[in-house]
Design a binder for this molecule. Structure first.
Ligand SMILES: CC(C)(COP(=O)(O)OP(=O)(O)OC[C@H]1O[C@@H](n2cnc3c(N)ncnc32)[C@H](O)[C@@H]1OP(=O)(O)O)[C@@H](O)C(=O)NCCC(=O)NCCS
Length: 190
């Protein structure tokens, strides 16, 4: 793992615990917008439409599984965001929002939880993303889930990050000429 410098003192907190969620939401939105593939943003009608797909359903329905890495030294500035959902099969909202959701639906029984993760660009490579992932995986274990997954693209840099964090079960599929990489971690085996 690349660790250019030690991360600042961090707290991992769910969105549902925040005293000032509106201020945090603005920071989360900024992180998602700056992190996204520009083509993905361009494909949307507006930034609002992008956030309606990638953020709002998690805020509305899964605030306990929306984890934030907060900088303790800087008034709780948001450094990293993990939007998660423990029961992908039951979360009908995502089936219409994301084409790949249906593509991997047969794997949701074994890997029920899913997440997306993004860190502030100036704080990447400092272990913050790994802390968020470990925290989410521990929530999944506490819930007794057999597995957890994420979907990314084949060949991109974050694949190494996920593999190092235990997401080693890989399934690659394509739809409409675009490749998707499902990465799963079993929690019921060790
Ligand atoms: C992927 C990401 C969440 C990891 O968080 P992090 O705190 O940077 O990760 P850690 O410090 O724990 O681990 C470092 C690893 O993260 C990944 N990473 C670091 N910077 C990255 C970047 N700009 N883009 C993609 N992955 C990156 C790399 O795999 C890195 O290891 P490497 O330097 O050996 O390649 C974060 O880098 C990020 O937000 N990247 C851009 C957005 C993204 O790719 N999100 C995932 C969408 S599926």
């Amino acid at each position: 793992m690349s660790t250019d410098s030690e991360p600042p003192p961090l707290r991992i907190r769910p969105y549902s615990d925040l005293a000032a969620p509106a201020a945090a939401r603005r920071q989360i939105a900024d992180i998602l917008l700056v992190s996204a593939n520009p083509r993905r943003i361009a494909a949307e009608a507006s930034h609002q439409a992008f956030l309606a797909r990638w953020l709002d359903p998690y805020v509305a329905a899964y605030p306990e599984q929306l984890l934030l890495a907060l900088d303790e030294g800087e008034a709780g500035r948001v450094l990293g965001v993990l939007t998660g959902c423990l029961d992908s099969a039951a979360a009908a909202v995502f089936r219409d929002l994301h084409p790949y959701y249906r593509l991997f639906a047969d794997l949701h029984a074994v890997y029920p939880a899913h997440f997306h993760i993004n860190c502030r660009p100036d704080h990447r490579g400092r272990g913050i993303g790994s802390r968020l992932v470990r925290h989410f995986v521990s929530l999944c274990r506490e819930a007794g889930l057999p597995g957890v997954h994420l979907v990314t693209a084949p060949g991109v840099r974050n694949v190494g990050f996920y593999r190092r964090n235990g997401f080693t079960e890989a399934v690659e599929r394509a739809e409409d000429g675009r490749g998707y990489l499902f990465l799963g971690q079993r929690l019921d085996r060790a």
